[in-house]
Design a protein around this ligand. Structure first.
Ligand code: ASP
Length: 338
């Protein structure tokens, strides 16, 4: 008889485990554990064996920072040898950021790390929590998955390709530039061609450092001079969400000298698109060539969430500015199509 897989569930907070309190929904560890114990399907023969650890304090994911990323990473590292896979129960609001961060922090990770949560708490009669937990556990026991993923609403997505797309639909996440890794219909159908192959080398973890990083979304009429000192003196990494394929308003040429000065000061500037689908092509239009000349790098089709996490990761490794720039334009964990 095949031995059962062992999965570690890491409960960080979020709607999935919240209960109704006088102040509204709030996470309650004991009540959530009681609910989990009462679900016979979680203890059925067909399920892997699982244990649960709770993070302290349980958080609404809007409050997640690099401190919590490091705690989750440390828990995975501590238990990496003892478990076959991991399920991270997390609030939906910042799940795409945490999934992206973990994908970079866990180096040479060959085990499934599946983030999930829900739009409706498990305590409610109508909820999406039950299926998300059950299916995430089954996927975490799958031999073909060797990466950090997000399971939600019937689809398994590469974690660092996801964005939270809907505030109220039960299919809340999208992966606009990469296909789903699996669809959970009558059976769980894996898209094996889309999954990452196992990596060589031994597993290690890169803790994240809290680096000053900013995201600037351009809009018609933006007064770049207002951002001058923050861009040139305060931030070490900036993700610019540009129009379309990487275009910025050229009026008064205000942005380029700022970018040039920021770049000369060692700030890494990554150009992303406001369009969820498609890629940045620096140089395709006159309005974007100048960005490249001023020292910005292309994020290609990376999500803003993954770009932020990748910047944190590369700065945390203590790399030189040139190494960070070149790695931002390289695919490290399946996060960009170059
Ligand atoms: N605010 C909640 C959180 O992100 C929303 C959710 O879990 O769906 O923790």
């Amino acid at each position: 008889m095949r031995t059962k897989k062992r999965i570690l569930v890491i409960y960080t907070g979020g709607t999935i485990g919240m209960v109704n309190t006088a102040q509204g929904y709030a996470p309650r560890k004991e009540a959530f554990h009681t609910l989990l114990d009462s679900l016979p399907e979680l203890h059925a023969d067909a399920m892997p064996l699982w244990d649960i650890v709770d993070m302290e304090p349980l958080l609404d994911s809007s409050n997640i920072t690099v401190v919590e990323w490091n705690r989750i990473g440390a828990l995975i590292a501590e238990h990496h040898a003892a478990y076959d896979g991991f399920v991270i129960l997390h609030g939906t609001d910042t799940m795409a950021y945490t999934a992206s961060a973990l994908s970079f922090m866990l180096r040479n990770n060959n085990k499934p790390v599946i983030l999930t949560g829900s739009q409706i708490p498990l305590c409610e009669i109508r909820n999406d929590a039950r299926d998300n937990i059950v299916t995430a556990l089954l996927i975490a026991a799958c031999d073909d998955v060797h990466e950090v993923c997000l399971y939600f609403g019937g689809r398994l997505l590469r974690g660092n390709r996801t964005i939270k797309y809907s505030a109220d639909d039960l299919i809340a996440f999208e992966s606009p530039n990469y296909p789903a890794l699996a669809e959970a219909g009558i059976s769980i159908r894996y898209n094996r061609a889309a999954l990452l192959p196992p990596c060589q080398g031994s597993f290690s973890i890169q803790p994240m450092q809290n680096t000053p990083i900013g995201v600037i979304k351009v809009f018609p009429g933006i007064q770049f001079e207002l951002f001058d000192s923050i861009m040139t003196e305060r931030l070490r990494g900036i993700v610019i969400e540009t129009f379309g394929a990487g275009n910025i308003p050229g009026h008064a040429n205000a942005l380029l000298p700022i970018i040039r000065r920021a770049s000369d000061n060692g700030t890494i500037i990554v150009v992303c698109s406001q369009c969820p689908h498609g890629t940045v092509l620096l140089g395709a239009y006159e309005t974007s060539s100048a960005l490249k000349d001023a020292g910005a790098v292309s994020g290609y089709d990376i999500t803003t969430e993954a770009a932020v996490a990748k910047l944190y990761y590369l700065f945390s490794r203590g790399l030189s500015g040139d190494s960070i720039r070149s790695r931002m334009e390289r695919n490290l964990r399946g996060e960009i199509t170059v």
